[in-house]
Design a protein around this ligand. Structure first.
Ligand code: HEC
Length: 266
């Protein structure tokens, strides 16, 4: 009798300790994130991006200060929270990164296709990421308000939605398999529900973000690329309509959410 009681007490103690350990793991991660947020290396990319925006570069030796990000030539503040959107000059819905490449091509004379074909983290791609970080930072704290008035913007939302739920590949995954419900996680990584607010706003509105785990600054294009990898799908092209459509879907779902980009991630 005595031993049973002792065992019971021991079992309870173990269960309690396990519960405590669980809680402190979650708490520790919160603490870790708070510590990270203090002194985000994204600031360095932001500063680099701002310098690049103003610097005369490329075959045409021009700055990007006349670039129209959707709110008129040269207007940076507030542009990020309204992208992706339709642009009459290219007759395309564009996200921040693809639009920056358009401006680098038209204003500075760079070869846009060459930049799109450059691997992430190299050459001009690095500069696109820094520029995107700067532009996003100028809208930090503002609320997402993507336009949905142009027919192409509505089409892209629908395309994005279909892509989000499209299952396939070796694992029969869709974005929705990992991001379609509340309370999902992989190991200790919480997975936001990207089909609605606030998950979509939080998940979409944090990128570009600095990733501590690999010491890299990632824009949304790379974020989506890596999720396609996790989905065991082939990599989509940089600035492809598919990735932009997904951006429209996430951004519109995150309507009213606050932009925290450039954020810091594990
Ligand atoms: C196999 C699971 C899986 C699939 C499928 C998947 N993702 Fe992810 N996604 C993740 C994980 C894990 C993270 C967390 C990021 C990390 O690696 O730190 C993430 C992060 C994200 C984020 C950033 C969220 C945040 O809070 O910062 C976005 C946006 C995103 N995914 C979009 C997508 C889209 C769009 C698709 C479909 C093309 C997709 N994901 C498919 C696992 C997945």
């Amino acid at each position: 009798m005595r031993t049973i009681k002792a065992l019971l007490v021991l079992a309870l103690a173990i269960a309690a300790a396990a519960a405590l350990a669980q809680k402190s793991a979650v708490e520790s991660i919160e603490e870790y994130r708070a510590m990270l947020a203090d002194g985000n290396p994204a600031d360095l990319f932001e500063a680099k991006g701002e310098a690049l925006w103003k610097q005369k570069r490329g075959p045409k030796n021009a700055s990007l200060q006349a670039c129209d990000l959707g709110k008129g030539a040269g207007i940076v503040k507030g542009a990020f929270v309204e992208l992706p959107r339709y642009f009459a000059d290219t007759q395309r819905v564009q996200d921040l990164e693809s639009r920056l490449v358009t401006c680098m091509e038209t204003l500075q004379g760079f070869n846009g296709k060459e930049i799109a074909d450059t691997p992430f983290g190299r050459g001009e791609q690095n500069n696109v990421t820094a520029l995107a970080t700067y532009v996003a930072a100028e809208s930090k704290g503002m609320k997402f308000n993507l336009p949905q008035s142009h027919s192409q913007e509505k089409v892209m939302y629908e395309v994005g939605k279909r892509l989000f739920f499209m299952r396939g590949g070796t694992h029969d995954f869709a974005c929705a398999s990992c991001h379609g419900e509340d309370g999902k996680r992989i190991r200790l990584q919480d997975l936001p529900n990207l089909t609605k607010s606030p998950g979509a706003g939080n998940g979409f509105g944090a990128w570009p973000a600095y990733r501590v785990s690999n010491g890299q600054m990632w824009g949304m294009q790379l974020r989506l690329n890596d999720c396609y990898r996790q989905q065991r799908f082939p990599y989509p092209g940089f600035g492809s309509d598919a990735t932009i459509a997904l951006g429209v879907y996430l951004g519109v779902n995150g309507q009213g959410g606050t932009s925290t980009a450039p954020a810091i991630k594990r």
